[in-house]
Design a protein around this ligand. Structure first.
Ligand code: ATP
Ligand code: MG
Length: 383
């Protein structure tokens, strides 16, 4: 039921916009009814167990008094022995009741434990690690290197096939391609959210499987496509990467992405709330806040999944300026949906259906790659 309520509340706008309030309310009501029915069943079973235990004890009394009475009548048992036996039985009643109670509680606990074990049995991120202490990222090697990488999501067709490219330190590489080409997947593999099938992903010349995960992620800053902003204050959001950052540092990164005005907007300043999922900010502001958060940690390599949603001209210019600031100081691997981002790139990697179909600079690719020409003409310009 909690899951149903959370789903409805987090997507409140989408649900209203889809006129789906009644269906979603019905879903929550159904979940509530299911919880109610389960609660009723538990109560019924409890109500049965208690009286059943008492009845069993009372029955035992009757049997003892009946058989004991007959034996006393026939003279095979003294009245004293019978009284003693009945008294012992009295002492037995309490612990017996407790034992039954304990058994019921144990069963309830085991039910909960089973669900926890299901979660604990899920494979651990660290399970496949084989970090080597003697490895160190090198600035002489490419910042990011894909070496004939093939990858499929669990139970799926390969999403990337034999993908190879290199991103030298200090350069800007743009990944372009049609929707579903595997661009976001490529960044997820650099972050090692998934394990590659065959081939190797290297960061600073080291196979990502040989780097401890914390070390790998210290090298990388990742701004996701949906630019997740957490409910809370601007300060909370920025400090996610660096918990002890000073206000001066926060103001510096906000200025770098041209977001100073969101702090001035409220008398609370950095303590202003951004709302559930950042609903109090515009789409472009969310994206820039996410970039500012990543900048705070100052990672050498930045992975940026450009937002696909349409930004207005002012927001787009601000985002573009933010990316330029970032590019000056970091190595950038950026998924580009805008021509403005790709024309300045040192290298453009064109992905189609999980394969690298062309690599080069903008003016080269417009001549050599029909797909790139088409993307540039339509998708990149309008997106
Ligand atoms: N977590 C996942 N599990 C299974 N399949 C996935 C998952 N994420 C993506 N896919 C599939 O992998 C393919 C590539 O997805 P990916 O997100 O890399 O595309 P993309 O190039 O980033 O597209 P877009 O430009 O629309 O963001 C798609 O066919 C998608 O359905
Ligand atoms: Mg994507």
């Amino acid at each position: 039921m909690t899951a149903a309520v959370e789903r409805a509340i987090t997507a409140a706008r989408t649900i209203r916009a889809s006129n789906a309030q009644e269906r979603e309310s019905a879903g929550v009501a159904a979940a509530a009814r299911a919880a109610f029915t389960s609660g009723l069943r538990v109560a019924r079973l409890r109500a049965l167990v208690g009286p059943a235990a008492t009845a069993a004890v009372q029955g035992a009394f009757l049997v003892v008094v009946g058989i004991g009475g007959t034996r006393v009548a026939t003279g095979s048992l003294t009245i004293g022995d019978l009284v003693a036996f009945v008294l012992f039985l009295f002492f037995l009643v309490m612990p017996l009741g407790q034992a039954i109670n304990a058994y019921t509680q144990l069963q309830t606990g085991l039910g909960a434990l089973q669900r926890m074990e299901e979660v604990l049995d899920l494979p651990d991120e660290e399970a496949a690690d084989r970090p080597r202490s003697d490895t160190e990222v090198s600035r002489l090697a490419p910042a990011v290197e894909f070496d004939r990488v093939t990858f499929a999501y669990p139970d799926g067709e390969p999403v990337l096939r034999e993908v190879s490219f290199r991103v030298p330190y200090g350069t800007r590489t743009a990944l372009v391609g049609p929707s579903g080409a595997g661009k976001s997947t490529t960044l997820a593999l650099v972050e090692r959210f998934y394990e590659v099938g065959t081939g190797t992903v290297r960061v600073g010349g080291v196979d990502v499987r040989e780097l401890p995960r914390t070390e790998l992620r210290r090298q990388l800053g990742y701004v996701e496509q949906e630019a997740p902003v957490l409910a809370g204050t601007i300060r909370d959001n920025l400090r996610l990467t660096v918990p002890d950052a000073t206000d001066a540092q926060l103001h510096t990164v906000l200025a770098a992405v041209n977001l100073t005005d969101i702090v001035g907007r409220s008398p609370l300043g950095l303590d202003a709330q951004v709302g559930e999922g950042g609903v109090l900010l515009s789409g472009g502001e969310r994206q820039r806040l996410a970039i500012a958060r990543t900048l705070l940690a100052a990672p050498p390599i930045l992975l940026l999944d450009e937002p696909t949603s349409n930004l207005d001209a002012r927001n787009e210019a601000a985002l573009r300026a933010a990316i330029d600031t970032v590019a000056a100081r970091h190595t950038l691997l950026i998924i580009a949906h805008r021509l403005s981002t790709v024309v300045d790139a040192d290298q453009i990697v064109v992905l189609d259906g999980g394969r690298v179909v062309a690599t080069g600079r903008h003016d080269e690719l417009t001549g050599t790659s029909p797909l790139y020409r088409e993307l540039a003409a339509h998708q990149l310009l309008v997106a």
